[in-house]
Design a protein. Structure first.
Length: 577
RNA sequence: GCACCCAUAGCUCAGCUGGAUAGAGCGCUGCCCUCCGAAGGCAGAGGUCGAUGGUUCGAAUCCAUCUGGGUGCACCA
């Protein structure tokens, strides 16, 4: 349970009490009343804007409202003091026992402390990665993969029923190219000279696929026209690539619930059904698009196409769903795929795309809005570029030069945990610098290390406690946790449930990473003060009860750090080496 | 030309459905530690929040216009 919403409830009932006393007019809307941590700690533990928000509708001076509200709130034993400040802020200091109670709750609930019911069990589908099945995942995919996976975990923690999904683009021309490329490797495996022309994939990763194909079918396809092997090899190669991709994802600890095949939409009437659904709504018509203004493609000519009236749902121009030759455009199966998601009963859809697909957002939202009659929201999160560095020097990638960096390269070098955490130290729509050396650096400017180090220090305390023969199963006397530096840590811990809700509401898992860094900082600050003030150390010689209480604080920190790392998909390390 | 994203300290970036004197890390300055919890700690300097208007009791946050950067713009996915 979120302490801030607890206190907000208290404030609201105080306001209602004022109304029944006639100290405040009836019929006010309290929706904008907030209770938040003030930016400046000298303003107390929690601040409310109630008086200022209500001043106008109540036609009263905000300070008058604030004073009356303060009088009501001081009656609450949890609130130690209330003061009115500035234009009408209500600053509250909460009693120490309340913060001590937070620790008790953390120890009682464990990793569930902070679990929210924001989602109320609603079904949400998170689609991410969805890379073409034509090769291994590269760094660009890595960010989308980590972001999408952490977002899915976050939403799960916030009470949603989450489905992790990967859309396999196995229906377009690119898988034909893949098949031809594999055929070349297959010929090569038979000892033939081959040349990779433009429009084929020359990557080494197809060599074993060609060899394996030779093992499987022998020389059955040799010297045969494309028409006799294209379908079979395409099938075979796509499967091989998906195995590769699944393994790449697994190396980051990612496991999808659903792999959805684009190909499965063709020839099954599903695209037709989705387009028909749009047609029923009067959103499909035959027409000719205007040429794009300004930059006009050289080969542009007016063509009549089947168009989706996406402008009716917020898009800038209508979009073609069928080419002039009668084949579906790439947009058509995407519509059908999202229609399928809607039909599967999801209450909310999230697509994670690379930033280069930004131009695709509006039409996708238009499609989902149209197909669900505006009932199912689609949030599209774009992940920006990852710039690679090695020791501060930009690391140029080039497919030709062979300096093409794959997801596997990154994970093999820095490990899944550091990769994941670092990828989440930026907002998804901000570019990210990834330095292979700095990610592994053991210093304060590396948040991965700093957070892990906090957890490791707790483990160190626990090991020493065990060695000293302390009995940690006894209930700690938390009233001994009363020093300001200790209470500050408890206050930070109390913010955790609220932060989870905020991060889930905005679909922004990076907030978890930043919070963990803040919490670790608070914990390290307490640890460091133990250098000067021995009474702040976690282990107090000869005073077992005190040690047990202080260790309870350390364990609370560990519980929340591990819960947070769990959302990010980062394995906590036992000790730093 | 249009659409979307971005612009905050010297650098890299946070900033809560609009809240008080805008924060962190690095870098910089000063002090502390060289056996007892320092893979460091404490303190400080550093900002017209890209610009100009507007809404509001109150704007880095919302709206409009402009500037600068990124991405994308029929019959490729």
């Amino acid at each position: 349970m979120n302490l801030f919403s607890d206190i907000r409830t208290t404030v609201l009932s105080a306001l209602e009490a004022m109304q029944s006393e006639g100290a405040l007019p009836a019929g006010l809307d309290f929706a904008n009343v907030t209770v938040e941590p003030p930016r400046d700690a000298s303003h107390g533990d929690m601040a409310s804007n109630a008086a200022m928000v209500l001043a106008k509708p109540a036609a009263m001076n905000p300070r008058v409202i604030a004073e009356a509200l303060a009088a009501h709130l001081t009656a609450d034993p949890r609130i130690e003091s209330v003061e009115v400040a500035g234009p009408g802020f209500l600053n509250m200091r909460l009693s120490v026992t309340l913060w001590q109670g937070v620790l008790a709750k953390i120890l009682d609930q464990g990793a569930d402390f902070g679990r929210a019911d924001t989602g109320q069990g609603k079904k949400v589908n998170v689609e991410y990665v969805s890379a073409n099945p034509t090769g291994p995942l590269h760094v660009g995919h890595t960010r989308g993969a980590v972001f999408g996976d952490a977002l899915a975990s976050l939403l799960d923690y916030a009470g949603y029923a989450v489905t992790r999904e990967y859309y396999i683009n196995d229906g377009g021309a690119q898988v034909d190219v893949l098949a031809r490329s594999v055929y070349l490797r297959y010929q090569e495996a038979h000892g033939q000279e081959v040349a990779f022309e433009d429009g084929t994939y020359p990557g080494d990763y197809l060599i074993p696929v060609g060899k394996a194909l030779k093992e499987k079918v022998g020389d059955a396809y040799l010297g045969k026209p494309e028409s006799e092997w294209l379908l079979e090899i395409r099938e075979y190669a796509t499967e091989a690539m998906m195995d590769l991709i699944r393994a790449d994802l697994a190396s980051l600890g990612i496991k999808m619930d659903v792999f959805y095949s684009e190909k499965s939409l063709y020839g099954t009437g599903r695209i037709e059904a989705a387009i028909a659904a749009l047609k029923d709504k009067g959103l499909i018509y035959e027409g000719v698009l205007e040429p794009p203004k300004g930059k006009k493609p050289e080969d542009w000519e007016p063509r009549e196409q089947t168009l989706f009236k996406s402008t009716a749902h917020g898009d800038d121009v209508d979009r073609p769903v069928m080419k002039s030759d009668g084949a579906w455009t790439y947009f058509a199966p995407d519509i059908a795929y999202h229609y399928d998601k809607v039909m599967r009963g999801f209450d909310m859809l999230i697509d994670v795309f690379g930033a280069d697909h930004g131009g695709y957002v509006k039409r996708m939202k238009a499609a989902v809005s149209a197909l669900s009659d505006g009932k199912v929201p689609l949030d599209v999160k774009l992940t920006q570029l990852v710039k690679l560095y090695k020791n501060g020097e930009p690391f140029k990638m080039s497919k030709r030069a062979g300096t093409f960096v794959t997801l596997r390269d990154v994970v093999d070098q820095v490990g899944p945990g550091a990769t994941r955490f670092h990828m989440l130290t930026r907002k998804n729509d901000a570019p990210l610098d990834f330095d292979f050396d700095k990610v592994l650096e053991q210093s304060k400017d590396n948040p991965v290390f700093y957070v892990q180090y906090a957890n490791a220090r707790v483990n160190s305390v626990l090991r020493k406690a065990e060695a000293a023969g302390l009995d940690l199963s006894a209930a700690p006397d938390l009233s001994q946790i009363n020093h300001e530096a200790e209470i500050n840590v408890a206050k930070k811990l109390a913010e955790w449930p609220r932060l989870v809700e905020l991060a889930a509401r905005t679909n922004e898992p990076h907030r978890i990473a930043f919070y963990l860094f803040d919490l670790a900082s608070e914990f390290h600050a307490l640890w460091n003060r133990g250098n000067d003030l021995p009474e702040l150390r976690f282990l107090q010689d000869g005073e077992d009860a005190t040690s047990v209480a202080k260790i309870a604080l350390a364990r609370s920190v560990q519980v929340v750090i591990c819960a947070g790392l769990g959302i990010l998909g980062v394995e906590p390390v036992e000790e730093m080496r």
